[in-house]
Design a protein around this ligand. Structure first.
Ligand SMILES: [Zn+2]
Length: 423
């Protein structure tokens, strides 16, 4: 008999299209099998009473350096150059595998706790195989759905990068974890190295996720021209911080089947261009959101959605006022899933998808009353509202608490690790 779970009597927010209506969600063997009113519970089914609550797909974060959880807020008020110097130049090299494990576990659990059920972990702390194994172990232990974006950080040339990426692909346990090639790309490394990265991604049949388009108009144009000239504008490539691209460049990316990830708060704060949210979407590029780095910004999707919403509406060219709470909720869910390459797996309540579901409790001061459920999620809710979280039908948070982890012990261990890293 199927392992059955019924979420009953909630205010359902679906995302494809975005709409709210009362109803139930039936989950069998981890998969959503029915959505609608008055669904019957099978004998022995677990029932979650969602009366007065909002039930929606889990959020998808399409760009986060998850290992950085232990250096949260360690780099406020900095520019992108300052981030490179302080975070990547000074702090990252001090990470041992055990620090990576704690950071990645805490970072992934922070996501689940806040209703982010899927993560593209843009991982550039892979100094040794042991560092990477710590990342994989932490993601698996957390129980989050994740795309491990592997960025080679070890010594050696293209052969050692290829061998290690191949090893990582073999080492991934499957299930909730898949892989992408996190490329440094032609704006950061030499043409030779960028070619090696794309060749490796193709050899291993991995999508590329790459920081491109955020470092000035000239760099953006040059980088995209390089990909074009070398025939590397592959479908499924995610362009992170695509803010300096012209309309023509965005059309070229759209035509190639590329996707975009904006991290509006970090982009505004560090000077990585004005978020291209609406321009990218208008060009036809699936465009989603990322928290990027908690060293300089909050890591929850409520914060990211609100900044994306506000900055798009406040676009200097005055063209942003059509951007709605529904649009930004799509970016945080179904478009996030598409950008992560998981559009058929998660991001909406469609039957057949994995049951990655969040139940929000909206009865606190500052949350209640709820008039427009979608507006309430985007404009009023915060992490306090996240009551219950399911990943693949498994409950990872219930009654406001993560169920599989001793959070106080983890936070204590993370603090000890962080104290050493920042000493
Ligand atoms: Zn980044």
């Amino acid at each position: 008999m199927a392992n059955s779970l019924l979420i009953r009597n909630g205010m359902l927010i679906d995302t494809d299209p975005v709409a709210a209506r009362p109803g139930d969600v039936l989950v069998e063997d981890g998969v959503i099998t029915a959505v609608g009113p008055d669904l019957p519970a099978a004998d022995g089914a677990e029932v979650i009473d969602a009366t007065g609550r909002i039930v929606m797909p889990g959020f998808v974060d399409t760009h986060r350096h998850t290992w950085q959880a232990g250096i949260r807020s360690a780099a406020p008020d900095i520019t992108f150059t300052g981030y490179l110097e302080r975070v990547l130049g000074e702090l990252a090299p001090r990470y041992r595998p055990e620090d990576v494990y704690l950071g990645n576990l805490a970072g992934a659990l922070e996501c689940l706790d806040a209703g982010i059920t899927t993560l593209v972990d843009w991982c550039h702390i892979n100094f040794t195989p042991a560092h990477t194994d710590a990342v994989i172990e932490a993601l698996e232990h957390a129980g989050i759905r994740a795309v491990l974006g592997y960025c080679h950080g070890g010594d050696g040339g293209p052969e050692s990068m290829a061998a290690e990426a191949r090893r990582v692909r073999e080492a991934l346990p499957g299930g909730l974890l898949t892989m992408a090639l996190a490329a440094l790309g032609p704006e950061i490394v030499s043409p030779r190295q960028a070619l090696d990265e794309w060749r490796l991604a193709r050899d291993l049949d991995l999508p590329v996720t790459v920081h491109m388009g955020g470092h000035g108009a000239e760099s953006a144009e040059r980088g995209l021209a390089f990909l074009h000239e070398n025939g590397l504008l592959d479908p499924g490539t995610t362009y992170i911080h695509p803010n300096c691209y012209t309309g023509d460049a965005l059309k070229r990316i759209a035509g190639s089947g590329g996707t975009a990830s904006v991290s509006p708060l970090v982009e505004a704060e560090l000077g990585i261009g004005y978020p291209a949210t609406g321009r990218a979407r208008a060009s036809g590029i699936p465009t989603a959101l990322g928290g990027d780095t908690v060293a300089s910004a909050p890591g929850d999707m409520f914060s990211v959605m609100r900044v994306a919403y506000a900055l798009e509406r406040a676009r200097p060219d005055g063209l942003g006022m059509d951007f709605t709470t529904r649009d930004v909720l799509r970016m945080a869910t179904i478009e996030g899933a598409e950008v992560a390459g998981l559009g058929e797996v998660t991001g909406s309540l469609r039957p057949g998808k994995q049951a990655d579901i969040v139940v929000l409790r909206m009865d606190a001061l500052g949350h209640a009353p709820v008039h427009d459920p979608i507006g309430a999620v985007v404009l009023s809710a915060d992490t306090r509202a996240v009551d219950t979280v399911l990943v693949g039908g498994g409950v990872v948070k219930r009654d406001g608490r993560l169920v599989h982890h001793d959070v106080p012990s983890l936070v204590a261990a993370l603090g000890e690790s962080a104290a050493r890293l920042t000493a």
